[in-house]
Every structure is written in structure tokens, then in C-alpha cells.
Design a protein around this ligand. Sequence first.
Ligand SMILES: O=P(O)(O)OC[C@H]1O[C@@H](O)[C@H](O)[C@@H](O)[C@@H]1O
Length: 306
Amino acid sequence: MPVEQKDGRVLLTHPKGSSTEVLLYGATVISWKAGTKPRPEPMERLFVSSKAALDGSKPVRGGIPVVFPCFGAPIHPEHSRLGQHGFARSEVWTFERIVMDNDAGVSVRLTLEPTPRITAKYDRPFHLAFVVTLAEHQLSTDLHVTNTSTSTAFPPDNLEFQALFHNYIRAPSKDVLVFPLQHLQYYDKTEATEEGRTKAKVETRAGVDVRKFTDSVYEDAPQKYEATWPGGGIDINVKKLKDLVVWNPREEAGAKIADMEEGGWDKYICVEPGYVRGFAKVEPGKRWIGQQVLSTIDAERRINQL
Ligand SMILES: O=P(O)(O)OC[C@H]1O[C@@H](O)[C@H](O)[C@@H](O)[C@@H]1O
């Protein structure tokens, strides 16, 4: 069975051995097992804290939570009643259908529409679809955001939002480097003051490491990244998600996170493509699609020329 739905989870398996598991709660991908060409044995590519709640009581600490319609604390007036990172990661999505089921890929589509619970804190008209596609060495996630407003008024009744894929990539975080972020402008959320956090810095490192507490928002990033470490890595190719967040709390901040396992910060790096500086806009009746494609890399790869 390439697609199995059970107990609020959807399990996808590919004929070549890769698999992925998605919780309907938050449309959160909680597992992705894949090999590489030279080493075909599937291995887990995502980190989920052993203390993570998987019962729908709180967003999952790990995997790939979907952040919508606000990143971090809300700053848009229409988001003012929402919590950190919005509601998409903490609502139960609907399994809509299998999109594709062949050797090229196994793909499913989940949806989320306004419910009384959502409308009580966010009253904008929207329809979300989350499409997960599994290939032999790849996992793609697409977020479709439709503005379902039928208003013909001017100025248009645009839907304004932020969106992000909060990837917890399983990796020896002390040895990870992320490319190519050099020379990009970024905002450092680890700074102690508001002034420090809102002042743009410029990345000087060819490869960005997370050996210390890191919470950086790169603006207008190249949408093509590599996170590599000795012996492996993940390529990330992105569409419509112009910014990139790199986060690892290390012990300094990680020990204060209730659902983070002891030493969890050594086991992952969050590399999060998103539209998080400013707001994406969709006109009434129109749809926006943000996409990422994660691919496994086998050998250590350092892109010195970038
Ligand atoms: O604890 P949460 O809400 O899942 O957020 C985790 C982290 O998510 C990152 O994307 C943010 O940049 C961090 O500031 C935040 O701490």
C-alpha cells in the first residue's frame, strides 16, 4: 500500500524504499526516510524530539511544521489574535486525495479551511492545501494559499500572510554548514535588544554554522541551498519562499524548551525557507504556491566556489 491513512496519520511509501509520514494535526511531516544512490538503505532525515507531543495537544517539536499566516509573533493587524507561527501547525487538516502514485512519486493532498475555532481568531477567507510528494531520494512540500474572498471592491481584498516550512533536518549540528548565504543581509533574533534584532547584518561566512545559539533570518536568499556535514547533506530547492531562517537554540536556549529532549540541539539544524520579511499577497480568487524540494546528498560537499 503506497498510501495508508490510519490514526490521524498518512504514511507514504515509494516502490524504491523511501517513506514519509504526515500527521493530519498541523499537516506536520514527522518522518522522511530516504537513501542516496551509492547508499540506498533508507535512513531518517528529520529530527523529532523524543519529548514532542504527537497527540495534537501542541505543535510538534520536530519534523516539518507548517508556519502560516504569521512567522514568529504576529505583527500584521489581521494576525493580532494568533500565537507564535500562526495556526496552521496546530489545526487538524483533512486528507483530500492521492494526487499521484507511480515510480516518479507518491503524492497526497491535505486541506485546511476556516472552522469556527480558526475564525474566532482569524476571520480572513482562505483555503490551504498542502501537497507532499515522495520520490526515491526526494521529498517535496507545496503550500497552496487561495484567497477565497469574492469581493470586487477596490482596493482589492488581498490576503496578506507569511508562510514557512520549519524543517528540522537531522544532522550532527556541530559539523553542519549551510551554503550559500555569504554577503546576504540578515536579522539576528539572538540579539538582546529590539534595536539589535531589527538592525540588518551582512553574512561574512562562506558556510554558515550553528556552533553557537543561532536564530537568523536571511532576506531575499537564493532559494537554492545545501546543508552539508561530513558524509551527508540535504539540498533544498525552493520556489516563492524568498527568505531563509537558520535556527539552532544550542543548550543556551534549547534547555528552556519544554518539549526539547536533552541534547536535542546536537541532532538537528533548522533550515527554514519562508516568506517572512514583509507579507505575500494574493488577490481575491487567486492562489499562491510556495514549494520546497529536499534531496539527499551522499558525500560531504562543500561549495568553496560559492
Ligand atoms: O518554539 P517554536 O514556536 O516552535 O519556535 C521555534 C523557533 O522557530 C524559529 O523559526 C524561530 O526563528 C525561532 O525564533 C523560534 O524560537
